[in-house]
Design a protein around this ligand. Structure first.
Ligand code: ADP
Ligand code: MG
Length: 677
């Protein structure tokens, strides 16, 4: 089947260059990809009923014979209504089309059809409006519904898929090794592909799904385990000298019990030559930066280097400032490397990392770029892990032989799932906030009360405290939404005249952003209007109010992250969610935030409200996008796949045996899509 991934969709009848562009849009540049574009839903035509039983307004299938061919009637406005009559054995009802003689005339008197469409009803009669009409003899029981795009509807995709299936070779190399397939009772790939698209019945569809889900999870787990199996036999530089207590003494505060525990666990890993693979999970504000800093110090004190990678430039700069502060007056030197580091400075940093005169590198993914090399990298840390792809994590690790690996995440997920998603990672949880924190009070208000909220902001400004205001992304290009600049202007002119208002958005240059952030951190600005760029990590303890416009547009976890920007000091902080959304789902989300500040509870509710598919969307964990499996729903299959992947890799670590070649190909495919994600 591999060759089909090199066959462009233009090889199919009726697909020219123009159509091919549309197929690319739905994720199917090649015939192979098309076969892997599984239907997103199915229409059940297997039990067409009488129209009497149809729910008015609902789409349904009705089997009936045409008893009178269509005739057209012109009505006002130049429209022509075509009506035929059909008899389902109980009721004779009209089948109606508007301005569509083609569909109407395709109905032949005396023939039986399955009509699929909406049933309209009043107390006198029922009729079907513009249904699809499938000759009863040729009507499938279940029909696929595909993702469509402007100019390419589900039916067009269907007919392309039909052709693509004909191109499947007789012998397909199955990614699931035969032994496992038999042991797990799974159907072969060819059958699965045919039935996922065109299932003869519900049982066949279920079998196809089961197999494809399993396959996807096996490929995923195999890929993850291979990433992690690096350096099994040891080879990481050990850091046996305990410098942790010495670091704690440098801090302006004393560490929480949870911070001590996490650092002790990681330092114990680092004392060995088996590379550490550890996840530190901690709610916003739990003090992950200090944990990372302690371990960087530990590495440096053992003659090793450390790299700390953050997902945004803003955050990288902040971490750089924090770590430099912690290490001040010692001989542990820190350098910053981001995409906007000037050329000459960059060259100096690279040289210092290469010769080891700088021990700790803080930066963005610029740390992964070519030319960055370390003399003796002992520890690689990624902050806000969910923002990075697995590929990037692996790339950082690859920068220096076999460093110890620490990933930090503020997305609390249940432990069992974390272990499966992150495979072999060990877990440390920061389940304690620094002392003296006062839980943030959260309120949801309609936009009509915005004026009062601004009064509240002003009073805080007068008391010397600061406010973030989040308004929707300028980059999304929808002009009807408040952009940062317009919003800030209005604040200055109309809403909060006299207050110092700053702006921060994605279109600004890094230096401009840094300047604004520095002024906000120094207290020169009372209000910072921003997009969600402040979402991750930003730490200004004097900020006490977070006002979020159009709060309904964000997911629960994201709102929780944003809220986490306040409540970091010792004063009561507030989060104000401005929303006019009336729908239940949005209101439920606001309700959760108003009710709790506990990140684990927010995550649970998020999972419940959004459904696992969304929650474990790619952004949350940086894993490749899955086509059919669902990591939360298919937990049992995930566990089996993990077992099998382990067994396969134990027997054949490089997947070189012939029966593993299909699997190797799919692993490569899945993780190449994921790259850069
Ligand atoms: P996280 O990254 O987990 O969201 P940060 O590392 O940004 O949290 O820390 C949040 C704030 O708490 C920072 O201002 C930091 O200086 C402070 N902090 C961290 N640990 C402690 C502690 N043990 N005691 C007091 N303040 C702390
Ligand atoms: Mg952080």
């Amino acid at each position: 089947m591999a060759s089909l991934f090199e066959t462009p969709v233009t090889a199919l009848r009726g697909v020219g260059e123009k159509r091919a562009a549309l197929f690319r849009k739905i994720g199917a540049p090649t015939v192979g990809d098309l076969l892997r574009c599984y239907p997103r839903a199915y229409e059940d035509l297997s039990h067409p009923g009488p129209i009497r039983l149809a729910q008015p307004g609902q789409v349904c299938a009705v089997r009936a014979a045409v008893v009178k061919a269509a005739t057209g009637t012109r009505v006002k406005g130049g429209m022509t209504i075509y009506r035929a009559a059909a008899d389902d054995g109980e009721t004779v009802f009209p089948v109606t089309f508007f301005n569509n003689p083609y569909a109407a005339n395709a109905l032949h008197e005396g023939e039986t059809y399955v009509f699929y469409g909406r049933v309209q009803a009043n107390f006198l009669k029922r009729e079907m409006i513009a249904p699809e009409c499938l000759p009863a003899g040729a009507c499938p029981a279940i029909r696929p519904v595909y993702r469509q795009t402007q100019g390419l509807n589900s039916r067009a995709v269907e007919s392309a898929v039909r052709q693509a299936l004909l191109l499947l070779p007789e012998q397909i190399r199955d990614p699931i090794p035969a032994g496992i397939r038999e042991a797990r009772g799974l159907c072969p790939l060819g059958e699965a592909l045919r039935h996922i698209h065109f299932p003869p019945d519900a049982a066949a569809l279920a079998r196809a799904r089961e197999r494809l889900i399993y396959e996807e999870l096996l490929v995923l787990q195999t890929g993850l385990l291979r990433l992690k199996s690096r350096g099994r036999g040891g080879g990481a530089p050990a850091a046996p000298i305990d410098a942790v207590e010495e670091f704690w003494e440098r801090l302006p505060f004393s560490p929480t019990g949870a911070q001590r525990r996490a650092v002790r666990e990681a330092a114990a890993d680092m004392a060995r030559t088996t590379p550490m693979n550890r996840l530190v999970q901690g709610d916003v504000g739990s003090g992950k930066t200090a944990v990372a800093a302690a371990l960087c110090w530990q590495a440096a004190r053992n003659g090793l280097q450390a790299a700390l990678m953050a997902p945004t430039e803003l955050l990288a700069r902040q971490h750089f400032a924090t770590l430099s502060g912690f290490f001040a007056g010692s001989d542990v030197k820190t350098a910053l490397l981001t995409g906007s580091t000037p050329k000459r400075e960059r060259a100096a940093v690279l040289a210092a990392l290469a010769d080891g005169s700088v021990q700790v590198a803080v930066g963005t993914h610029a740390l992964l770029s070519e030319g960055v090399s370390f003399r003796r990298l002992g520890l690689a840390v990624t902050d806000e892990q969910h923002r990075f792809g697995v590929g990037q994590r692996a790339a950082l690790a690859a920068k220096g032989g076999q460093p110890h690996l620490l990933v930090m995440s503020a997305t609390p997920i249940p432990r069992t799932l974390a272990l499966m998603i992150y495979g072999d990672l060990d877990l440390s949880v920061l389940d304690e906030l620094p002392p003296g924190r006062i839980p943030v009070k959260t309120y949801a208000i309609p936009s009509s009360k915005r004026g009062r909220a601004f009064g509240f902001v002003r009073r805080h400004a007068e008391a010397g405290r600061q406010t973030y205001i989040i308004c929707p992304m300028i980059d999304e290009g929808d002009d009807d939404r408040a952009s940062v600049t317009q919003y800030a202007d209005r604040l200055r002119r109309e809403w909060l005249p006299g207050l110092a208002v700053g702006e921060l958005h994605g279109r600004m240059k890094p230096a401009e952003k840094e300047d604004v952030m520095a002024r906000f951190a120094a207290g020169e600005l009372s209000v910072l209007v921003s997009t969600t760029v402040v979402e991750v990590g930003v730490d200004v303890p004097n900020a006490a109010v977070m006002l979020i416009e159009n709060a309904e547009r964000y997911g629960l976890s994201q709102l929780h992250q944003l809220r986490g920007r306040v409540g970091r000091g010792r004063v009561q902080s507030y989060c104000i969610l401005v929303t006019d959304a009336q729908n239940k789902e949005a209101q439920a989300r606001m309700g959760v935030l108003c009710a709790t500040t506990d990140g684990f509870r927010v995550a649970d509710e998020d999972l419940r409200l959004r459904g696992p598919g969304d929650f474990f969307g790619r952004r949350q964990h940086g894993l490749p996008e899955l086509r059919i499996a669902d990591m939360a729903e298919d937990v049992a299959a995930l566990r089996r796949a993990q077992e099998d992947a382990r067994a396969i890799l134990t027997a054949d670590p490089a997947l070189e045996q012939p029966e593993h070649r299909g699997l190797r190909g799919e692993v490569r495919l899945l993780f190449s899509h994921a790259r850069g994600g």
